[in-house]
Write a protein that binds this ligand. Sequence first.
Ligand SMILES: N[C@@H](CCC(=O)N[C@@H](CS)C(=O)NCC(=O)O)C(=O)O
Length: 229
Amino acid sequence: MQDYELYYWGLPFRGNFIQLFLEEVRADYRKLDASEVYPDKNLNIQYPGMAPPYLYDCRAQVWFAQMPAILMHLAKAYHFLPDEPVQHTLALKVVLDCNDILMEITNYNGTVMWDEDSWTEFRTHRLADWMAIFEKTGQAHRLKPEAGYLLGSRLTVADIATAALFGTLVHSFPELASDLEHSAPCVASLCQRVEGRPSISPFLEKQRRELGKAYCGGRIEQSLRDVIR
Ligand SMILES: N[C@@H](CCC(=O)N[C@@H](CS)C(=O)NCC(=O)O)C(=O)O
């Protein structure tokens, strides 16, 4: 029996936050398709969530939904939280910021499709501000262009989440690489360092070979592709 089962679609979007972490710690896990649980069996699990990702902790025999909760569960188990208690809260704040950005970039899970004007407004203001928020957090912890981590002296869950967010975004939409470079240059290179880690890069190479530039899927990804250029 492996230690974890991760249920997500064949897409990076929210799943990669969990999967990059599991790869980094070389966890013994199985990735299964979200359709094994969602939507039909969703209410049958112990602590149902509204939507994927789901993590089943096989040893504890507990189901978790909600990406930030899953990531914090793993971070505690593998000592991937910063050492200072105040920084624990900051790590959670970073993961929640990431999840807010996922929600915003998909226009609230595809509730409304992007058009040129709404996308330009979002890209120029809120997305740029979000990037600057990460850069400022890193600078407060001595993140430099060629070295350092978002919350201090060692790799934590906040770095994995940051790379899963912005690394995936600029891979899937290379047009946004210059936005990240402009608003958050140290974060841009942090993402490259995390993605290049020996534990993570073989996974990403294989995933990107198989999935290409796929991001969140569905009509909302198409709408993003139509407006990003
Ligand atoms: N707040 C949840 C959001 C989960 C979520 O929206 N999942 C998306 C895929 S990334 C989905 O399948 N949505 C379909 C739905 O909400 O029914 C989390 O962070 O895990």
